[in-house]
Design a protein around this ligand. Structure first.
Ligand SMILES: [Zn+2]
Length: 265
């Protein structure tokens, strides 16, 4: 295994025009996207394609999941698939978890982005809870985008057997401090460092001091964000080797059960 293996838990692969998430420039086909991530120093990456939608059926969501599985089959040494589910379609979502997590071995759900995919912050509703229980049954981790502390806490408490990864520390000082305090308080809540926050000097040191090194996961939100910013920003903080190992791959592997090459387990 390479030294300081870096797994990015939060990308959105662009597989076609609809799922291309880059804001300003084209990022090319999936092989070019992987080359870009490798150029930033990232060894593997995980996450679901996203698409702006107000779906009236589950079909467009299943299509994203089929694309994720196809990408995994094309780049098995690099891409770790994440799938989408949708609280407006609880039966279909549970069946999809059975198909992808049960049948295909997928261990990651999300990033779920309700504000883009037509369910707002519906992460703690009856339907969402039903779906997350099914995810937990298959040992799948749930990565989600949510601004409401109340919703985050209710989801985590409603499904204590599920492991949740909240996306983004947040760029505001109070915003970050309240989010990391919640991560510290809820045993099944973790935080990925993608999005705003990494440019705040010392934010990873603070996050680990408050919540513990086992609560942070490395993520970039590529191709919305420049992946090198996260690699270099993380490396510039003087974390211990144990803290880097946990951040860069250890916590991801522990939560998903996806073993490393040569790790013997
Ligand atoms: Zn994202």
């Amino acid at each position: 295994m390479p030294e300081r293996e870096i797994i990015d838990c939060h990308i959105h692969p662009g597989v076609d025009a609809a799922s291309a998430a880059s804001w300003f420039i084209g990022v090319g086909d999936p092989s070019e996207q992987i080359a870009t991530l490798r150029r930033a120093g990232i060894h593997r990456a995980c996450g679901a394609p996203i698409q702006v939608m107000q779906p009236d059926s589950f079909a467009p969501i299943r299509r994203l999941n089929d694309q994720a599985l196809a990408l995994r089959d094309r780049f098995p040494e690099f891409y770790i698939p994440g799938i989408q589910v949708h609280p407006r379609f609880p039966e279909e979502s549970c069946a999809e978890i059975e198909r992808c997590c049960g049948g295909e071995g997928v261990r990651w759900i999300g990033e779920l982005v309700g504000y883009l995919m037509g369910f707002g912050e519906e992460y703690a509703s009856r339907n969402a809870v039903k779906i997350f229980r099914e995810a937990a049954r298959f040992g799948a981790v749930i990565n989600f985008h949510c601004a409401s502390l109340d919703v985050i806490e209710r989801a985590c408490r409603a499904v204590p057997e599920a492991q949740f990864v909240l996306a983004h520390p947040g760029g505001g000082r109070e915003e970050f401090l309240t989010r990391i305090a919640l991560v510290a308080r809820l045993s099944n809540l973790h935080l990925d460092i993608s999005g705003s926050g990494i440019d705040r000097y010392g934010i990873l040191r603070k996050a680990i001091d408050v919540a513990g090194k086992e609560k942070l996961l490395f993520g970039t939100d590529y191709p919305i964000n420049n992946p090198a910013v996260y690699v270099q920003g993380a490396l510039f903080e003087r974390l211990s080797e144990e803290e880097y190992a946990a951040l860069f791959h250890g916590n991801f592997r522990r939560l998903t059960g996806i073993a490393g090459e040569g790790s013997g387990g």
